[in-house]
Design a protein around this ligand. Structure first.
Ligand SMILES: [Fe+2]
Length: 255
């Protein structure tokens, strides 16, 4: 398996605290059958002073460290990129950081208020060769209230990554419902750990994969953690998702 979203680089954001924790996260991932991880620290997130060159220099050191320690896990560069109004300009200025320097990138949306012209922004990014992978929409308050916002983004050409812990219910009933509904409706391209530590938010994919296998079968579920991540690495196209509607949800926790 390949984990495309993981805060595994030490000391950069709210992910791994230090090199020791990074190494332990790698060992945990390996023990579950993860063979490669995209290191994706927050970028353009006001709380952390990360930038492209800092991330890349810590990435190189970390990759060397894994080699020295004899840990057979492949590490690829990337970032957990937050939506800012001038995102396209920042890419043009060379400030962005896509997954393994390819055309795909992780895009985290603001949790409480989404911009009016969201679909226009997505369209502009894609037209310029940058394909956004929307990270954990099932944990976004606005999308939880109105999942059709996500379905519109998918119809414009965005891809969708859900969090393993949402699928297993560890982010609450609502995120569990939406992540599983998206899997069932064909609206998911990736399941990733979005791990931040060796503790509660560890780099674990297997339990979520097993849930997905139960929903859509082994072959389809494999795409979320093997084939689509491989396509990201190879820069190959990934089929979009056209989702008309999601399965109905129970109303008892809706409001
Ligand atoms: Fe993240």
């Amino acid at each position: 398996m390949i984990d495309i979203h993981c805060h595994i680089l030490p000391g950069l954001d709210d992910g791994a605290d230090d090199a020791e924790e990074t190494l332990e996260m790698c060992r945990l991932a390996l023990s579950e059958g993860v063979t490669a991880i995209f290191a994706t620290p927050h970028l353009f997130q006001g709380m952390f002073s990360t930038d492209r060159s800092l991330i890349l220099s810590v990435f190189e050191k970390t990759r060397n460290m894994l080699e020295e320690e004899g840990i057979p896990l492949k590490l690829y560069p990337g970032s957990d990129l937050h939506l800012v109004p001038d995102l396209l300009e920042r890419f043009a200025q060379g400030k962005g950081l896509t997954l393994n320097h390819g055309k795909y990138f992780l895009l985290e949306l603001p949790s409480r208020v989404l911009p009016q012209n969201l679909n226009g922004m997505i369209f502009d990014l894609i037209s310029n060769g940058y394909i956004p992978i929307i990270t954990h929409p099932e944990r976004n308050e606005v999308i939880l209230r109105k999942p059709s916002i996500l379905l519109q983004m998918l119809s414009v050409g965005a891809l969708c990554q859900i969090t393993a812990m949402s699928v297993t219910g560890e982010f609450g009933k609502e995120s569990e419902w939406l992540s599983r509904a998206l899997i069932e409706a064909g609206g998911v391209h990736f399941i990733a750990s979005d791990a931040h530590s060796t503790g509660r938010r560890s780099p674990s994919l297997l339990p979520a994969l097993q849930v997905a296998e139960g929903q859509v079968g082994k072959e389809q579920a494999r795409r979320f953690v093997v084939e689509n991540p491989e396509a990201v690495l190879a820069g190959e196209p990934i089929e979009g998702a056209v989702v008309e509607a999601l399965p109905r949800r129970k109303r008892f926790w809706l409001f």
